[in-house]
Design a protein around this ligand. Structure first.
Ligand SMILES: [Zn+2]
Length: 411
């Protein structure tokens, strides 16, 4: 099974690299395609997070540590099979002004409302714009609209649909005087996910995990723990919080994987201090997830500028070296060059990885506490049911095909 997966991974990495090269015709300076934190670091972060848990949680998590570690990469694999998935891994904060981005709602419904149009197709076949995201509304209107939006549009967004129920649209907008007849179709168009939804998505997954604990649903606890671990990991990577995510705007193609894959793969296990202490309860998860992303964003300048400086000063013939990675020979940043970058960043990669580990276990711990600290001692994950197996297989198949939906690389 492991070997099969390894072959699958190797195949996909090849396929994806070829696809990307031919699509963009921009050679990746660092010679390989990569996904967030690299598979290596995501798995490590989840595994090490388990080891920090209190005994009441450890009793269940420890015996499932391999699942939680292996499935840390599912969200990245799912990017190849689900259109909405890609947006969950990043946020281009620089699209929203300057830190701390006061006009960007931290609450998902408000953010989505602020960036969504509602349109209908009337009985004559004409498309009408009912609400523009630029509309200004009175506070009362906004409150009513918000209530309707939460019931009718937010669930549609999460289920990946663009259609909105026409009855609901007619009922609401005819009262507002914006519609005279029941439309033939209604849909929303949002302008937010193209810039990523990472911090909002974290809150969504935190709720899913809390519900899973409340229901004492072992398989869901494992699935959502593994997956929120992934997204929290991503939130700790500076380049996941800006639009220049792979240095493509500054001639630094490949810096994404250099920072989050190559450096941890070379140095994490041999020199990082993995002792990160105990998880703590998070009072306000929403603000805390935002803080993770905002903290990461403050480091973007250093990530980019130190690499640029180093590339100009380091002997060019000692920057890239042939090396094996995931069973494939390729050209990657040399060990000495990677080490110099790591030092120039004053150990930032290690610091962010350590912060991610304790953040993951704190989020798990908080979900468990918020669910009323359910007894996990007798919980048995059992075997996955048919549906879970099929979903798992289709994600892996799509990944193997390397058909990326949505944004193409590096988030
Ligand atoms: Zn990711």
């Amino acid at each position: 099974m492991k070997k099969q997966l390894k072959n699958l991974l190797s195949l996909s990495v090849c396929t994806v690299s070829v696809l990307l090269l031919s699509a963009s015709e921009i050679p990746n300076q660092y010679g390989h395609n990569h996904v967030s934190w690299g598979f290596f670091a995501h798995k490590r972060i989840n595994k090490l997070a388990v080891l920090t848990l209190p005994p009441e949680m450890m009793v269940f998590f420890k015996k499932n540590i391999d699942f939680i570690s292996d499935h840390a990469v599912d969200p990245d694999m799912r990017r190849y099979s689900t259109r909405i998935e890609g947006a969950r891994h990043f946020i281009d904060l620089d699209q929203y002004g300057t830190p701390p981005f006061p006009h960007l709602p931290r609450n998902w419904s408000d953010a989505l409302i602020q960036h969504t149009d509602i349109r209908v197709i009337d009985t004559k076949g004409d498309t009408l714009l009912l609400v523009s995201h630029r509309d200004s509304m009175t506070p009362v209107m906004r409150q009513e609209y918000r209530r309707w939006f939460q019931q009718s549009v937010v669930p549609a967004f999460y289920s990946g649909k663009e259609r909105v129920d026409t009855d609901s649209v007619f009922r609401f907008f005819s009262e507002w005087g914006r519609l005279d007849n029941r439309p033939d179709a209604a849909f929303f168009q949002e302008f937010i996910s193209g810039h990523g939804i990472l911090p909002w998505n974290l809150q969504h997954f935190q709720q899913k995990l809390t519900t899973a604990f409340r229901e004492r649903n072992a398989r869901k606890i494992l699935k959502f723990s593994a997956e929120i671990g992934h997204y929290i990991g991503d939130a700790h990577v500076p380049l996941h919080t800006c639009s220049n995510y792979n240095g493509q705007k500054t001639g630094q193609h490949g810096i994404h994987g250099f920072w989050e894959s190559r450096i941890p793969e070379l140095f994490a296990d041999e020199s990082y201090d993995y002792f990160v202490g105990k998880p703590s309860y998070i009072e306000n998860t929403r603000d805390w997830f935002w803080k993770c992303a905002l903290d990461s964003h403050t480091m973007v300048d250093s990530v980019l500028s130190f690499e640029k400086m180093l590339r100009e000063s380091f002997p060019p013939d000692r920057q890239m070296c042939p090396d094996m990675r995931q069973g494939i020979m390729g050209i990657h940043p040399c060990r000495e060059f990677a080490s110099a970058y790591q030092d120039a960043l004053d150990g930032m990669v290690e610091r962010r990885m350590r912060a991610a580990i304790i953040a993951v276990s704190s989020a798990w711990y908080t979900a468990w506490a918020d669910a009323g600290q359910p007894d996990l001692s007798g919980l048995d994950a059992g075997a996955p049911d048919q549906q879970e197996l099929e979903e798992d297989q289709s994600v892996r198949n799509a990944f193997a095909l390397g058909k990326i939906l949505g944004r193409t690389e590096d988030h």
